[in-house]
Design a protein around this ligand. Structure first.
Ligand code: GZL
Length: 339
């Protein structure tokens, strides 16, 4: 079958027409020229993205698309519009198209084994990005690159211990309870689970802290606003809000302000992502601590894709660099965040 490569390229070209037409309209904001057919496709990467639920996600998508253009990787990009079943369909299309590598952001951690087994049977390596999956079979993917959500949750708790002047290990026999409301991210996502777990892992050592309410706002600003509005009607003794992303935090700030509550002063706010709007709120004293979750992992993803195609082993687990921003920091020196 000496014509196999030619046959493979013909199949690819036909399927690329199909995929470009079928996903073309769902690559909202896609920078690639629509329906371009590469004369000589190099590496072809099938990428399934969750959707556009936050400024963070949109920046993550831009980073992937720009890095693909920069590195000459032919990107077949599918926007799942917040549905796992759309991600599974897209991955099956990538398999049919015989892409060189599949990368995706798993919207939730469970339910991937079957489709990843199909990719494995097709001999297509899989790179998991941003969020993690739960699986008993580690052979189903080559590696992970993304955020360390456990550490983000721990950092949120360590800030509160400092903020409320509690000495490490202080038993706090006599103490006024510090009441916390947590607005968490998408239920079942590894990042919401990790942030909540890291937060509790540290705070469980300090009986002063009391999580009086925890609810998922699905990383959406609108839900952050709605939930905060109703929570403020239910509880009169909130000291802290821990929000799993800046999008929800912006909704939280709106709800507090409407109720005459000074965010960052009457109620301490800790938030994750470090998008520009959160840094601006930190400068204004409307939030007290911002934990960076770095969306700009496109270049690292393309490097890992190229290494996989070259037959190299890649790290099983690679966390992106992240930092934190305190209300007391000199924020005037910060570069624009880009998301
Ligand atoms: C975190 C990422 C989360 C962000 C949200 O790695 O998956 O999803 O924190 C985004 O803003 O919607």
């Amino acid at each position: 079958m000496k014509n196999l490569p030619k046959l493979k390229n013909t199949i690819r070209l036909l399927l690329l027409i199909f995929l470009t037409l079928s996903f073309g309209n769902s690559c909202k904001g896609s920078k690639e020229k629509k329906n371009t057919l590469p004369e000589q496709a190099g590496i072809i990467l099938g990428f399934s993205q969750i959707g556009e639920e936050s400024a963070w996600r949109k920046c993550n998508t831009r980073s992937v698309k720009e890095a693909a253009l920069e590195s000459g990787v032919q990107l077949v990009f599918a926007n799942a519009e917040q549905k796992q079943e759309n991600q599974i369909k897209a991955i099956r299309s990538f398999i049919a198209y015989l892409v060189d590598v599949i990368a995706f952001v798993p919207i939730v951690a469970d339910g991937w084994d079957n489709v990843l087994r199909e990719a494995k049977d097709a001999g297509i390596p899989v790179l998991i990005t941003d969020r993690k999956i739960n699986t008993a079979d580690n052979s189903l993917y080559a590696g992970f690159i993304g955020t360390d959500s456990l550490e983000e949750g721990r950092n949120a708790a360590l800030f509160l211990i400092k903020k409320f002047g509690i000495k490490p290990g202080e038993s706090g026999k006599e103490f006024k309870p510090i009441n916390i409301v947590e607005l968490s991210g998408t239920e079942g996502s590894s990042v919401a689970t990790g942030r909540a777990a890291g937060f509790r892992e540290v705070l469980d050592e300090y009986p002063q802290f009391n999580i009086i309410h925890s609810e998922s706002g699905d990383f959406l600003r609108s839900k952050g606003y709605e939930l905060m509005h109703s929570i403020l009607g239910k509880y009169k003794n909130i000291d802290v809000v821990f929000s799993h992303n800046d999008g929800m935090t912006l909704g939280i700030i709106d709800a507090m302000t409407e109720k005459g509550i000074k965010p960052g002063k009457d109620i301490v706010i800790v938030t994750i992502d470090a998008e520009q709007a959160a840094i601006d709120a930190l400068r204004l004293g409307k939030v007290n601590f911002v934990i960076e979750c770095n969306p700009k992992m496109g270049p690292e993803i393309m490097d890992l894709v190229q290494r996989l195609v070259a037959g190299e082993r890649i790290p099983r687990l690679q966390h992106v660099d992240e930092q934190v921003f305190y209300e007391t920091d000199d924020l005037s020196i910060l570069e624009p965040r880009g998301y």
